[in-house]
Design a protein around this ligand. Structure first.
Ligand SMILES: [Zn+2]
Length: 337
């Protein structure tokens, strides 16, 4: 007996004409139907400004290098040439104290960098991170009282810090300490000081995350004791994140940020659905380090993996993305994989 030919699977009548592959046949067709496009101009590059720069080659994570004010200005020029027009500044002070008073020192690294960048590249958006953890000798994000971070005594210090950065010329201040009412305190201080035009990008849902390690080394901001779980959010809580976002929106935030990004895409998507404000996401140092490390071993194509991750963050609903890949993914790079 002859063997019977394998039977073709029957197509359901209502999908018989559907062939999604038709529109994937070549690049021009794929471009026509692309639903989202990741742009360098939506990236924000974090920059660490210190009195003393790192030695060249001190880190395998070049985007986390410490730069002098002059070095930061040079980097801003390089970023601008590649289509990235926004930076987020962190300061590394040469001295620390219990209050973190270096944060609002007008001669500190961040105010000096803001003035220098605005002088050389006035069209670049300058965002200044507002927190005390780089400036306190205990490494927490606020002043201590009764063995924990004292929320309400920290608020005026954050407001003072934000005003100092606004005075220096920052376009946006970005409170990251997860103190309750920090956005309201900063908004009213800026308005009282005659700086109503300075915007607030709130780190509204910032999770206590295991992905911050390389940043803490770069910024020298590891807590000397304990951890940040009494103020940063519990990663298990999506609904609580929406409540945090809501409070910051009502206190006057102009942009709401979720941090980290890739492990919290569901929160970014929920934030985009719920709020009319622009949504930001921070692709954190650990997300950057994972891709860099895998690429260094030949396991991933660094640029392709970075673009795919950033595309996912954008697709989830973030319109601006803070990323350590910003310096590598400008318009001069090779484009989509
Ligand atoms: Zn902090």
């Amino acid at each position: 007996m002859l063997p019977t030919a394998p039977r073709e699977p029957a197509l359901a009548a209502d999908t018989a004409g559907a062939r999604p592959r038709r529109l994937r046949a070549h690049a021009s067709l794929r471009e026509l139907v692309a639903e989202s496009e990741f742009r360098p101009s939506q990236l924000v590059a974090p920059l660490f400004v210190a009195d003393e720069p790192d030695r060249p080659g001190a880190t395998e994570l070049p985007a986390l290098a410490r730069r002098t004010v002059d070095g930061a200005v040079r980097e801003v020029g390089r970023l601008r040439d590649s289509g990235v027009h926004a930076v987020l500044l962190f300061g590394i002070p040469s001295r620390k104290d219990a209050q973190g008073s270096g944060a609002w020192d007008p001669r500190g690294p961040v105010p000096r960098a803001i003035r220098a960048i605005k002088e050389h590249a006035p069209d670049v958006a300058v965002i200044a991170d507002v927190c005390l953890c780089e400036y306190t000798d205990h490494g927490h994000c606020g002043v201590l009282g009764d063995g924990t971070v004292d929320n309400d005594r920290t608020l005026p210090l954050l407001a003072r810090t934000a005003s100092a950065y606004a005075d220096a010329g920052a376009d946006v201040v970005a409170p990251s300490g997860m103190m309750d009412h920090q956005v309201g305190a900063i908004r009213s201080a800026l308005d009282t000081a005659g700086q109503p035009e300075v915007a607030i990008l709130a780190y509204a849902a910032k999770f206590a995350s295991s992905f911050y390690g390389p940043f803490r080394d770069a910024a020298g901001s590891s807590p000397a004791f304990g951890d940040r779980r009494t103020y940063q959010m519990d990663g298990r809580n999506r609904r609580e994140a929406l409540r945090e976002l809501e409070l910051d929106a009502r206190e006057g935030a102009d942009v709401l940020m979720v941090k980290p990004a890739l492990p919290y895409l569901d929160v970014i998507a929920a934030a985009h659905d719920r709020f009319d404000l622009p949504i930001a996401a921070y692709q954190v140092s650990g997300e950057y380090a994972m891709i860099r490390a895998a690429a260094a071993r030949g396991w991933l194509d660094e640029e392709a993996a970075a673009r795919e991750s950033l595309g996912a963050i954008q697709r989830a609903g973030a319109s601006l993305i803070v990323s350590y890949f910003a310096g590598e993914l400008g318009s001069g790079s090779k484009g989509r994989p």
